[in-house]
Design a protein around this ligand. Structure first.
Ligand code: NDP
Length: 329
């Protein structure tokens, strides 16, 4: 028997979550590695899965938790043996497959990554899906020519999970970072992470009224989407890029193509869920070298399974700062 946070849907459509003691035979039978989970984390998508939003969870009862780190307990796959330390993000685990908000998980060996050198399972989940995706976004900007020494790089949703990690990585790499936030009270926190300028959310909240604005940013990691992304595109310097990561502010893009045509601006799509294994290894290795662990520590709030229903609602309202690590035991 082990403990799991089970989300269920009542006949009237209400979704609720409760901790239950369940038997290991309820784990997905078509997985091939069983992991004793130590930590999971809270991401925006977890907020959706905990509350029944976005149509992400198809079958109930369900165990959410889109990422986890822990120790292999048993394995039918030659690549993993009991005692191996592993981390999982993506592959729709916690959405269509039972996830990490439980003391055990059973998944496909293809989805696992060995715990990166130098990271504990707790640090791996402090990074989690949000942090790994921030790393992927920075790598995409670099691959499109971003180099330190120029104009500042903008990070939207800066005090959130993706934004906090992106800010700390970019600052460590020598970039000037401007953080967009709707929470002025996070200024000290964001400056500690390495932001040298703060941009009030309201300054970029409205869709652009003209096709091009002053060239202000060398690039952008965007966790917000919507009108803000459209606005940012008009302010990117000639040849610069925006890594589109999220939609915390909306999925619509009220933009024109003018920044692409007249300034050669690039809009780079970032997906962490289906990222091939080799790219995950590279991104995790970069996390190890480019994300200062003291900064990561200041981002973290610890939680337990019983906190998750409330935290799930809070993250959807933009009310969570940095990263929440879930101790499932
Ligand atoms: P968080 O809630 O931690 O961060 C989002 C931040 O965006 C908030 O903290 C807030 O920052 C800002 N924000 C929230 N609501 C609004 C709004 N209405 N308008 C403008 N800004 C807003 O979430 P995560 O960091 O976990 O995820 C961020 C986004 O990235 C989500 O949309 C998520 O789905 C996506 N994502 C995508 C991945 C991928 O593979 N493409 C992987 C991981 C995440 P502040 O208070 O500083 O303004």
């Amino acid at each position: 028997m082990f403990k799991a946070l089970i989300v269920d849907k009542a006949e009237d459509g209400t979704v609720s979550a409760a901790i239950q003691e369940i038997n290991a035979d309820r784990l997905p039978s078509d997985g091939d590695v069983t992991v004793a989970v130590e930590y999971s984390s809270l991401n925006y998508k977890d907020g959706l899965c905990l509350t029944g939003g976005g149509g992400l969870v198809r079958n109930y009862p369900h165990v959410p938790g889109i990422d986890f780190a822990g120790t292999v307990e048993s394995s039918d796959d030659a690549r993993y043996k009991p005692g191996d330390r592993v981390v999982l993000t993506g592959w729709r685990v916690g959405e269509v497959w039972w996830g990490g908000y439980a003391q055990k998980a059973r998944v496909k060996a293809d989805w696992l990554v060995p715990l990166p050198d130098g990271l504990t399972t707790k640090q791996a989940m402090a990074v989690g899906t949000a942090g790994l995706t921030a790393m992927l976004a920075v790598q995409a900007l670099e691959a499109h020519g971003l180099k330190p020494g120029g104009r500042p790089v903008l990070v939207t949703g800066a005090a959130g999970g993706v934004g906090s990690v992106a800010t700390a990585i970019l600052a460590k790499l020598g970039y000037e970072v401007a953080g967009v936030t709707g929470r002025p009270e996070t200024e000290e926190y964001l400056r500690f992470l390495g932001a040298t300028a703060l941009v009030p959310r309201a300054d970029l909240a409205d869709a652009p009224t003209r096709p091009l604005d002053k060239e202000s940013w060398a690039g952008c990691v965007d966790a917000v989407g919507g009108a803000m992304l459209a606005r940012v595109l008009t302010q990117i310097e000639y040849g610069g890029s925006v890594a589109a990561v999220g939609l915390a502010g909306g999925a619509a893009l009220p933009a024109t193509v003018i920044p692409f045509l007249l300034r050669g601006v690039n809009l780079l799509g970032i997906d962490s869920v289906m990222k091939p294994y080799e790219d995950r290894l590279t991104a995790w290795a970069r996390v190890g070298t480019d994300l200062p662990m003291d900064k990561l520590e200041t981002m973290v709030e610890m939680a337990v399974l019983s906190d998750m229903p409330n935290l799930g609602k809070a993250i959807l309202k933009g009310g969570v700062k940095g990263r929440v690590v879930v101790d499932v035991n």
